[in-house]
Structures are given as structure tokens and as C-alpha cells.
Design a binder for this molecule. Structure first.
Ligand code: ZN
Length: 150
């Protein structure tokens, strides 16, 4: 198990060091700002829509390794997905990182399962889910309002 854990951490560290889809998306159809005051994570998520699907998504900002890696992996996962698909994915992911009895969430979460370990650290859950909350706000809100995990 510790070997697996090391591997998971490697994925997180890699995404933290070289975040994918990092930087502003111009022009963007939607954008939202997310803030996790508990840790100091602050990020902006940009979305370009194609109907109800996310055609492109990028993020920028400052944060801890967990929040940055989570945002980076999220952008890789949600490109091409519909809003409903993304909502379902977020629900599974949220369950993975919060439910103490969560088991194997199945293949659809893919690499996101590396975050299962954060459920042991409740303050880290907000780091891991910040980008998802922010993406949801970007998709739901016509008028951008900052979102916060508090
Ligand atoms: Zn954080």
C-alpha cells in the first residue's frame, strides 16, 4: 500500500510541477474565481462552451500542490464532457474524497482516485475540490461571482 501511495503522490507532484491547461483562456465563454481561505488557494477557471459541452477549459492561480494538481487533472478529465457528465463526475469525486466508507469508485474517475487519501485530512478536501466547485460555478453562473469553500 505504501508503494501505491508513493505512486499517487508522484502523480500529484508531477501535475503540481507541470500543471496541464495552465494559463488564461481568451476568449472564454465563462469564468469563475475560487478561493479556499483555509489554505490560501486561489484559482480562476476558464471555460469555452460548445452547446452544453465544455470545448476547452483552462485554469490559473496560486495554491498548494493538492489544489493545483486537482485543477490540472480536472481540466484533462472534463474537456469534451457535457454539463451533466461533469456534475456526475464531481459527485463521484466528492464522494471519493469525503466518504469514510468510499471504496473503489470505478474506472470512470481514472487518475482522480489518487485523491482518495485526502479524506483522511478534512482540511485538504477543500483543496482537492476547489477547482471543481469553481468549474461548477463557471458553468452555472452567467454572472461571475467569486466562490469560496467557506
Ligand atoms: Zn490547498
Amino acid at each position: 500500500m505504501s508503494e501505491l501511495r508513493d505512486l499517487y503522490q508522484e502523480v500529484i507532484l508531477d501535475h503540481n510541477k507541470r500543471p496541464r491547461n495552465f494559463g488564461a483562456l481568451e476568449p472564454a465563454d465563462r469564468r469563475a474565481i475560487g478561493h479556499n481561505p483555509l489554505c490560501g488557494d486561489k484559482l480562476t477557471v476558464y471555460v469555452r462552451l460548445d452547446g452544453t459541452r465544455v470545448a476547452d477549459v483552462r485554469f490559473e492561480g496560486q495554491g498548494c500542490a493538492i489544489s493545483k494538481a486537482s485543477a490540472s487533472m480536472m481540466t484533462e478529465m472534463v474537456k469534451g464532457l457535457s454539463r451533466d457528465d461533469i456534475a456526475a463526475l464531481f459527485e463521484s469525486f466528492h464522494h471519493l474524497v469525503t466518504a469514510p466508507d468510499a471504496g473503489d469508485e470505478g474506472d470512470h474517475l481514472g487518475k482522480l482516485t489518487v485523491f482518495a487519501g485526502v479524506r483522511e485530512y478534512p482540511t485538504r478536501v477543500k483543496c482537492a475540490t476547489l477547482s471543481w466547485h469553481t468549474l461548477r460555478a463557471a458553468l452555472e453562473d452567467e454572472a461571475p461571482q467569486p466562490v469560496t469553500t467557506e
